[in-house]
Write a protein that binds this ligand. Structure first.
Ligand code: FE2
Ligand code: FE2
Length: 218
């Protein structure tokens, strides 16, 4: 049975979840793929960015907690690419053959993180942004397989941002470290804003809200 746009929108408005592509329209699936690619790319690219900064960990325990976060991020990327593969996307081509310029991660990950201080501010700010954005998807998305997959992601992102906030408190107690922390906050806060995207009236694609892929506007 061909599903019309009207029927799909009516189902979504009545709070029904979409269990797979066979219950959606082409346009819904295209919007879903676009949203999933941004999420998958962001998770994947965070791993090398964090790994670089983790080399500056102050001790072995700190290094281990950072590598734990990096492992989580690769798991999150795997979840999103796996959902894309289930939608028929060639994810090997996406990950291994795409031009680096075509990856859809926030600009923040194109600016290298050079120190432990910058890593923990990234946890506090970038993971917080990811937590807000994915937490909205987790609570409001109409796509059931993504909603279920985000139970684990939501919990882990919460751990990442707390790791960042806890370390920011530790660093702020030392006057030298506090100055370094303030320098990181000054440039990284601005880059965090970009994670939330363009104001809604400037967006080119509007299906995220219409289809209930997420709940909150930018
Ligand atoms: Fe993540
Ligand atoms: Fe994270």
């Amino acid at each position: 049975m061909a599903l019309t746009e009207e029927l799909l929108l009516e189902r979504i408005r009545s709070g029904k979840l979409i269990e797979g592509p066979e219950y959606a329209t082409e346009r819904y699936i295209e919007g879903l793929k676009r949203t999933l690619i941004v999420s998958a790319d962001t998770e994947l690219i965070s791993a090398p960015a964090y790994f670089r900064a983790a080399q500056d960990a102050p001790n072995i325990n700190a290094y281990i907690s950072a590598t734990g976060i990096i492992q989580d991020e690769l798991g999150h990327a795997h979840i999103a690419y796996r959902l894309l593969r289930d939608l028929g996307v060639d994810t090997d081509a996406l990950v291994f053959e795409r031009d680096p310029k075509d990856f859809k991660h926030p600009y923040a990950f194109d600016v290298p993180l050079e120190s432990w201080t910058e890593l923990v501010v990234a946890n506090a700010f970038y993971d917080r942004a990811g937590f807000v954005l994915l937490g909205d998807v987790y609570r409001h998305t109409s796509y059931a397989p993504w909603k279920r997959a985000l139970v684990k992601v939501d919990r882990e992102e919460n751990f990442h941002l707390r790791h960042g906030e806890r370390w920011m408190e530790i660093l702020a107690q030392d006057p030298d470290k506090k100055r370094e922390l303030q320098r990181a906050v000054d440039w990284m806060f601005v880059l965090t804003l970009e994670w939330f995207g363009l104001p809604d009236h400037l967006k080119r694609h509007t299906e995220q809200i219409a289809y209930g892929l997420k709940g909150k506007t930018n």
